[in-house]
Each structure stands twice: as C-alpha cells, then as structure tokens.
Design a protein around this ligand. Sequence first.
Ligand SMILES: Cc1ncc(C[n+]2csc(CCOP(=O)(O)OP(=O)(O)O)c2C)c(N)n1
Length: 334
Amino acid sequence: MALTESAPAEADQMSQDRLRSMYRDMVLGRLLDERILVLNRQGRAPFAISGQGHEAAQVGVGYALRRGHDWLVPYYRDLTLVLVMGMEPRDHLMAALGRAADPNSGARQMPGHYGSRAHNIVTTGSPVATQILHAVGVAQAFRYRHEDKVVVVSVGEGGTSEGDWHEGLNWAAIYHLPVIFLVENNSFAISVPQSRQMAVPHVADRAIGYGMPGVVVDGGDVMAVHEAATQAVARARRGEGPTLLEAVCVRLQSHSSDDDQRRYRTADDLAEMRRHDPVERFRIQLEASAVLADGDADEIRLECQRLIEAAQAEADKAPVPDSATALLHVYGEG
Ligand SMILES: Cc1ncc(C[n+]2csc(CCOP(=O)(O)OP(=O)(O)O)c2C)c(N)n1
C-alpha cells in the first residue's frame, strides 16, 4: 500500500485550461447536487442522494479516463463522475423529477441510479457491491475482444464488506483484468462508522491479499487523485491488471434525503468535516497559483448556475412517463 499526495509542481504540468475545466466540473456537480436536494425539500424530487464532498475524487478519476472509450460502473454518489463521462445537468434533473426523458431508465429506477449506453456507463443496481461483479465482467469482455479499454467501478467502504467485493477482486487479480476498483471512503455506511466495518485502517490494506496494488489517496485533493488514477489506468491499459484505489472523502450531507446525520454524528465532527470541502480547497489552490484570476471563480459559478436553470426549465416542462407503459421492461412482451 502506498500513500500518495500531490506535489505542488504537479499543477504546473497540466494545462491551465484543463485545470479550470476540472474546477468547473466540480462546481457544476456541487451546484446541481444542491439543486436536487432543494427540489427534494420542496416535495418535487422524491429522493436525493448527495455526492457533496466526493467531487475531487470523482473529477480526479474521471479526467484520467478516455471519454467515449473507457467504461464506468458507478454507484449512487457519482453525480459528478457521470457528468465528467458526458452526462448533462438536464439528464440529472429529468431523473430527479421522474420525467419520461430520464436517460438512465425513463424514470423506472430511483434517482441516483445512473446508466447511459451513449457514455459507456453501466446501469446502477440497488444492492450495494453488485456493481463490482458487473465491472469485472465488462473487463473480461474487453479481454476477449482484445480491446485496450479500462473500466472503473466505484463503491463505498461499507460496500467492501459484501461477498461480491471479494469475488470480484479475486477474479480480476487472477486474470490481470483492466479494472480500477475505486473506493470512495467517506467513513460512514449510512450511520455505521468505518470502525464497525473493518479492523484495518484502510480498505486498500486488503489489496495485498488479492495480489494487486492498493493505493490510499486524499480524496479531497483532486490532483493527488488524478495522479494516482492516471497510474492505475496506465497499468490496466498495459495489461498488468487491476488496482484498488481508495480515495478518502468526506460526506458533507446525510446519507440520503431520508437520513439525518445529526442523530449519529457530533456537532464537532460535522464542523471539522466541513473544513475539508474539496471544491473550496481546489479554488484556493487555483487562485494561489494564479490559474484562476480575481472573479474567475464567480464567473464559473454563474455559468454553472445558468446551465442548471436552463436544464431545470426543460425538465419542468417535460412529461412524466405514460402510466400505460408502467409494465414496460418488467414482463416479456405479450
Ligand atoms: C446488499 C445491500 N445491503 C444494504 C443496502 C442498504 N444500503 C444502501 S446504501 C448503504 C450504505 C453503503 O455505504 P457505503 O458503501 O460506505 O457507501 P456510502 O453510501 O457511504 O457512499 C446501505 C447499507 C443495500 N442497498 N444493498
């Protein structure tokens, strides 16, 4: 297991446009997430599951992939990661409001269950960790077809207690499959803390037992995540096999719109966690290195807000599914 941290010089190596674009995607993910929570509180979106605090991990990994070529098997917190893969704010809002035009499932699945054939995103299943096996199957298909694609599958640290996790990692390591197992470790599985989930400090400590590299990275440091993910992707593409990449994140919101984390976390814990907001952290870093000039961050925010307003206006007007189609995809035709 190796612990990686971003070197300040690393930012210089990446073009300023790309850094701004990474920041913009983090802001877009954050604002869209906030909007969906508001729609839920207004009684308009039936359910919301927030990715706030995971944006740096998701953008860092997403920017290491070849969009339209590589594949993603996401989990429900990956709002920002699926944006990086090509989904649009409009797609998220269609899903949140249960519109027929929801590209994930035509409003059949709960919001947060992403899927897009157009963007190589495999549909999310509700039972946690089932996606691990789906991703290993996808990687096995790449192998049969002699394709140089890689697949990222994401999961929370709680999901790694499931049997699917063990089966998937074991198989992928034996056959050197091109998978990146991304653990977005926010230290809680609903109300269950990590200390009740495993007796080791890091999920990545277990990688040695499977025979693959295990890397722990500060999931609030987008450049550190990007560097670690780039290495894991290169290794997978070279045919050298999977990597377990653990991004240590914060969960800024409750587990979902049906939860209240103030009931099981102390006020001090919550206040301390809020000091580690990854979006703010990246803004400060980019302003200090003059990648963002005075006023740039406000402008990016405004641009994202305008996009979200337009997307919501479109989703507001869009029809809900026709009730006559309720059984579509449930039973065989006829
Ligand atoms: C097999 C299964 N067991 C339980 C649940 C209920 N459940 C949904 S999310 C969740 C917590 C998962 O926590 P973690 O994997 O740490 O991810 P996080 O939500 O913290 O990002 C649980 C127990 C489920 N969906 N599937």
